[in-house]
Design a protein around this ligand. Structure first.
Ligand SMILES: CC(C)(COP(=O)(O)OP(=O)(O)OC[C@H]1O[C@@H](n2cnc3c(N)ncnc32)[C@H](O)[C@@H]1OP(=O)(O)O)[C@@H](O)C(=O)NCCC(=O)NCCS
Length: 147
């Protein structure tokens, strides 16, 4: 399958991303149109185009200190376990001039195994509203040594 990761383009793609987020609200929390639109304008919302299908998206922020923070990443159940999630993560990781990526994920989310497979290190946990979050980090050197 030909997969292209690129910034969200136009209203139709934006709506597909919004719908994907809605479908995965259980893991991502409810979608926020304003936040998504802002991210789109700033180039911080990317999609994975799989042929004619939007297979997934990633919402991230490149901090002033060069660290990339991943806020949300999701892949449609139709195309999971084909490397698309990893491709999205690698694309934003490559934008970090200091080679560092951080994210937080609810401790009960199966996606924690995905982050581990992507070479992230679990730094610890922190409490959040009604839940506990895993704090993950990946540095370029550590990733290069990952099997
Ligand atoms: C997490 C998610 C983005 C993974 O997307 P994906 O395209 O299926 O992931 P990939 O195919 O790129 O997988 C990369 C690696 O992670 C592993 N992996 C992916 N999902 C996994 C899971 N649920 N359990 C265990 N391993 C998993 C894959 O086997 C693969 O391992 P490999 O490199 O050894 O082959 C997807 O399951 C999803 O959208 N989940 C719901 C939304 C969500 O929870 N997002 C995270 C919020 S913190």
């Amino acid at each position: 399958m030909n997969i292209v990761v690129a910034p969200v383009l136009g209203e139709v793609e934006f709506r597909v991303v919004y719908a994907l987020w809605q479908a995965m609200a259980k893991f991502l929390g409810p979608p926020n149109r304003g936040v998504l639109r802002g991210a789109m304008k700033q180039g911080q919302l990317l999609v994975a185009r799989c042929g004619a299908l939007v297979g997934g998206f990633i919402h991230f922020h490149l901090r002033r200190d060069g660290v990339v923070t991943i806020y949300d990443v999701a892949v449609s159940p139709l195309v999971r376990r084909q490397g698309i999630g990893k491709m999205l993560v690698e694309t934003v990781a490559a934008l970090s001039p200091v080679g560092k990526v951080k994210l937080k994920c609810t401790t009960t989310n199966p996606a924690n195994l995905f982050y581990k497979r992507c070479g992230f290190t679990l730094l610890g946990t922190e409490p959040s509203t009604n839940t506990t979050l895993n704090v993950w980090e990946r540095t370029q050197d550590a990733h290069a040594n990952h099997p």
